[in-house]
Write a protein that binds this ligand. Structure first.
Ligand code: FA5
Length: 351
């Protein structure tokens, strides 16, 4: 009778060793879970040994039970050790796989830049600042009176048709989007009179006209205005030449052609010699040898009076430039619609 439990206890030992060998071979979470079910689960091979305890002599039962429990605890501990080493391995390989090298250069986000129309405006303002002109900002939504009447366009005067106008609805055509920066002359005179003025006035203007490769309905202008005693056409010419030589280069020539603007008398349009052919005629200047860059003139006495000055005491000159057209010439931009087209392939080429 005494030999049976010993043989049975030896069997427990054998099973335990078999289980340990199987545990060694169990690689990965699924194999470990399967091992636990096979050996230590409810119907597992070690656990079910306890069921055979009833077949033993009562005297042998405690030793047998204790041996099964001891084997079970040993295997449980071995399992825990294997499972936690498996977890540590999994963690280590996950960390290795997801490791980030913080010393690698990052992917830079695309940088914003100034719009070409802003770049050219600022460049021109820099030049005029160098020549002693201050910047004066005026409103884009204007009174018809200031945009036209005070600039010497009487009501119904045909000169009003030179600039097609966007009126603000419901204002009986009394309020509009300024068609040029010249109404800023009236605003500046109102702010400065009777003191002398030397300003440039940049900004957006609007015209209700057909959009073509050369003409937009929204574009920028830079207005210049000087008012004071003894200001002459020679001062205007010197200022324009000073600007042209700084902006286009010292070898470029200017040409004044008589013109008409209601708010200047006399009036002129200024051409600059073509930078590509130097006056000989080419594709850029359409064989003219010259490129038109601005309108200008001596401020009309009526306008000086409307601005609060005495035209018997002071005189003035004014000019109006189109920076976008100047930039188009300089960069060979063949279509003004690129400016507001929002195509980054165009915009990225500037700045
Ligand atoms: C004027 O607007 C006058 N106020 C200029 C002026 C000021 C004259 C002070 C005398 C004294 P004009 O309509 O020519 O003039 O426009 C001036 C410049 O704006 C043009 O030389 C051109 O470069 C630009 N421009 C005119 N119309 C357009 C347009 N539709 N699209 C883009 N640029 C334009």
């Amino acid at each position: 009778m005494g030999s049976e439990p010993i043989a049975t206890i030896a069997r427990i030992e054998m099973l335990r060793r078999e289980a340990e060998v199987a545990l060694d071979a169990a690689k990965g979470d699924a194999a470990l879970t399967a091992w636990k079910g096979e050996w230590l689960g409810k119907g597992g091979r070690i656990t079910s040994l306890l069921r055979s305890v009833g077949a033993l002599d009562a005297a042998d039962r405690p030793a047998f039970g204790a041996a099964v429990n001891a084997a079970s605890r040993t295997l449980e501990a071995a399992y825990e050790a294997a499972a936690s080493s498996r977890q540590a391995d999994a963690m280590a390989s996950a960390l290795a796989a997801e490791a980030i090298d913080v010393t690698l250069p990052g992917t830079p986000p695309p940088r914003g830049r100034l719009h070409p129309s802003t770049i050219i405006l600022r460049r021109m303002l820099d030049i005029f600042a160098e020549m002693g002109f201050q910047v004066f900002l005026s409103r884009e939504v204007e009174l018809d009176d200031v945009n036209f009447t005070l600039l010497n366009h009487p009501p119904h005067h045909p000169a009003r048709d030179m600039q097609d106008t966007f009126y603000i609805a419901g204002t009986n055509e009394q309020v509009l989007l300024r068609t040029h920066t010249s109404p800023g002359q009236i605003r500046a005179m109102g702010a400065y009179a009777p003191d002398p003025i030397r300003i440039v006035l940049p900004g957006m203007v609007y015209r209700n006209e057909k959009i073509t490769p050369r003409s937009e309905i929204q574009f920028t202008q830079v207005e210049g205005l000087a008012v004071g005693p003894h200001i002459t056409m020679a001062n205007l010419r010197g200022t324009i030449d000073g600007f042209v030589h700084r902006y286009y280069g010292p070898n470029r020539r200017t040409r004044f052609r008589t013109s008409y603007f209601p708010f200047t008398e006399p009036s002129a349009e200024v051409d600059v010699s073509c930078g590509l052919c130097d006056g000989a005629g080419c594709r850029l200047c359409k064989d003219a040898g010259w490129l038109e860059i601005l309108g200008c003139g001596m401020v009309h006495p009526n306008v000086l009076a409307n601005g609060g000055y005495d035209p018997a005491v002071v005189s003035g000159f004014a000019f109006g430039l189109g920076p976008m057209r100047a930039q188009m010439m300089a960069h060979g931009i063949d279509d003004i619609r690129h400016y507001w087209g929002n195509d980054v392939r165009f915009l990225e080429q500037f700045g």
